[in-house]
Each structure stands twice: as structure tokens, then as C-alpha cells.
Design a protein around this ligand. Sequence first.
Ligand SMILES: Cc1cc2nc3c(=O)[nH]c(=O)nc-3n(C[C@H](O)[C@H](O)[C@H](O)COP(=O)(O)OP(=O)(O)OC[C@H]3O[C@@H](n4cnc5c(N)ncnc54)[C@H](O)[C@@H]3O)c2cc1C
Length: 289
Amino acid sequence: MHPFAYVAPSTVEEAVAVLDEHGDRARPLAGGTDLLVKARANVWELDAVVDVKNIPELMNLEVGKNGLSIGAGVPCYQVYENDQVADEYPGIIDGTSIIGGIQIQSRAGLGGNLCNAAPSGDGIPALIAHSAVARIAGPNGTREVAVEEFCTGPSRTVIEPGELLVSIEVPKPAANSGAAYTRFIPRNEMDIAVAGVGVYVVLDNSGNNFESARIALASVGPIPILANEAGDSLSGKPVNDETIAAAAKLARNAASPITDMRGTIEQRKHLIEVLTDRMIKQAVERAKG
Ligand SMILES: Cc1cc2nc3c(=O)[nH]c(=O)nc-3n(C[C@H](O)[C@H](O)[C@H](O)COP(=O)(O)OP(=O)(O)OC[C@H]3O[C@@H](n4cnc5c(N)ncnc54)[C@H](O)[C@@H]3O)c2cc1C
């Protein structure tokens, strides 16, 4: 492995300065559960690794009146052990609590999951379904990018050399809303998703009709997919098996998977339809309390 400097700044400005100095020969380090594997495999030749865990903004987890702010270095266990997050954002808990096992969850976080940009990233679909936004700092200031636009290809994101993900901002869930995420894996745990689905629904006050919905898919394209047509198809429709099945079919059509050692195109499309149907129903149940 190429030798590199380990830098542990305590402010966003210092981190950006180091990242900017080294360009694409430096990378931020959060939990390191992806970074160290790739560095050992010589995926990159790095001059510097910038540990973000001493930067207060990146370690901040806050449920405020406008929503949830998840610092880019906050480990998964802190997210799913937070009662307020569990109460208001159960879909995010679904994703966070299945990333690896307990050892991985004590280091790895949603920030690293997103920046790693694996199409199978379990943390990403629920964030997309919740209309989350990534807050990015760089040499020219800060900018915000919708999470569904953050990944640009496998292992590629909108983050430019010199930039750093600071936090993920998730809006406050609407009244009568619910969310859920699940994946299909051949084993019970510790495996890469063959297909995954995250759903967020808002019901009307009667609970009998959908007001809106967002559906996001994992592992069935080069990036996590926001299945717009599937989500929009539910708006104004009654909550019943027929409308849910029709949305699940549209989600299947939005998937563009490949065949690989973990699954075939046909199997993955089928899984998306089944999992979408289930997750809409689960999100509806949660919306009804
Ligand atoms: C045994 C094992 C099991 C796993 N199981 C799963 C699983 O079930 N589901 C799943 O989705 N993933 C899984 N993973 C992958 C990995 O654990 C997750 O993707 C995790 O969320 C990565 O988070 P991290 O904090 O460790 O990121 P890191 O490894 O620290 O970083 C990941 C990438 O993001 C970049 N990065 C980190 N922080 C920032 C930042 N603030 N700004 C810009 N770029 C940044 C890094 O430079 C690196 O390229 C597993 C990994 C292992 C080793």
C-alpha cells in the first residue's frame, strides 16, 4: 500500500484546506469501513487521509423542529439508538441498522455510505424517499445537493476534489406519513443487497387515500434510483391492494439491473415489484401509527 499522511483536523475549513491541497490524492475518512478496504486494494494512490471524526459539525446528530441533521461522520449505531430518530424516521432506522454487523455499525455511517456511492448502499434509498439533501463544503463555500442527485455512477459522486460532505439534512416528516426500507439478501444478514426498496408515503387525514409518495430503489442500476412515476402514481389514489400493486409494477419498470453473481435481471425486477408492494404497505401501517 502506498504510504499516506494521516490528518485529523478539528474544523471544516482545515479539512477543506488539506483536501484542496492534495486534490484527488486525498480522501476523507469517516468510519473507514469502505475506505480502508479500497486503500488496501490500491483502488487509489493516496497522499493524505483526512479523518473527519474530530470535526464537531460532522459528528452532530440533531432532531430539530425543521428536521433531522446527520453529521457525515456519525456512526450508524448513534442513529438507530436515538429514540427521536426511531420515532420520526423509522425508514432511516431500517436502512442504518442493517449495514454490516454491530462492529461495522459502530464505525460506519450514512455519510460514508452515501459518499461510497455503491448502488447497493442500504442507507441511501430511505434518504432519497425522505427528500434528504446533502450539505457539501468546499474551497468556494457550501452547497446543497438532493440525495437522489448525489451519486453519479458506481463509486462516483458530485463531490469534487477539495470538497467534503458535512451533513445530510432530512426534512421533518409530514403529518400522517410513514416510511420503510428493506432489501433482499440470500443470507439473513451481512450481505450485499440483491435489490432494495425505500418508501415514504403521506396519507390524507382519513388515512384512506395517498396524498403523495416517494419510492427509491437500490442495486438495480448504476446509482440508487428515484422511481418518480411509481411514487407519483399513488397521489390522490385510495389506499388499497390495487393501487399499491400498480405502483409496484411501475417501480419494476424503473429498475434497470444487470445480471451478475448475486442475481439475474429478471429476478431483480421481480424482487423490486414484491419489495415495493411490501414497503408501501409497511409505510402505510406506520403512517397510521
Ligand atoms: C464487513 C462489511 C459489511 C458491510 N455491510 C454493508 C451492508 O450491509 N450494507 C451497506 O450498504 N454497506 C455495507 N458495507 C460497506 C460500508 O460499511 C458502508 O458503505 C458504510 O456505510 C461506509 O461508511 P464509513 O463511515 O465506514 O465510510 P468510509 O469508509 O470512511 O468512507 C467511504 C467513502 O466515502 C468517502 N467519505 C467519507 N466521508 C466523507 C465525507 N465527509 N465527505 C466526502 N467523502 C467522504 C471516503 O473517502 C470513502 O471514499 C460493509 C462493509 C464491510 C467491511
